[in-house]
Write a protein that binds this ligand. Sequence first.
Ligand code: MG
Ligand code: MG
Length: 257
Amino acid sequence: MIRLRTKAEIEKIRRAGRVVVDVLQDLQRMIAPGITTRELDRYAEAKIRSYGAIPTFKGYRGFPASICTSINEEVVHGIPSERKLREGDIISIDCGATLDGYVGDAAITVIVGDVPEEIKRLVADTQEALYRAIERARVGNRLYDISYAVQEYAEARGYGVVRDYCGHGVGTEMHEDPQVPNYGKPGTGPKLRPGLVLAIEPMLNLGTYKVEVARDGWTVVTADRKPAAHCERTIAVTEDGPVILTAMNGDAERFTT
Ligand code: MG
Ligand code: MG
């Protein structure tokens, strides 16, 4: 069942989202060769709790950490560990915070040092696919218009669009209806109405769209082990257009109304 949120509820999701943004922006600055993903996780958990918020991921279906750290061929759900980041890695960091009963959810992919041009392009294009999807999150459109925006942009550039994992509604739970796939038929799916809050999260692979789950039972990796990028924002559909509730890194100018 799709729940529409009141303006007051959307404001609460935005407050939770601000916690997530603060954490991700700090982590973005901390990322450098030599830091371990566990250090990033410890920092994130402490920072989330300093706001009186709860790390939404920790304990979610048994997930052991407060952020997901997915490096190179890892797409999503990587578990923080003693692994050190190295020059030439890319890392997706996904973070969720629950504040006053409402959830914010966002992810960024960060380049560590320098990487080949095609990987830079993968990261930038994943972010652009996300913006194009958000742009379609308007009253009068349908859900899979959002999905198709990702697919159209990504496939035209030769990327594999992950099908086994997708975005989702977000509110008092991290994963609510509807599911928001990164592929779909335009003009189909539920009508978008004011108060719909979604986490939109393209996952684009340099090679095949196919993925596998690693032996740890969590980490999703590309089947061909080529790199993947992942970006996510929590957004609200409003009468005035899409509003990003986890705006960062220059998002705000594009979508706040
Ligand atoms: Mg997320
Ligand atoms: Mg999500």
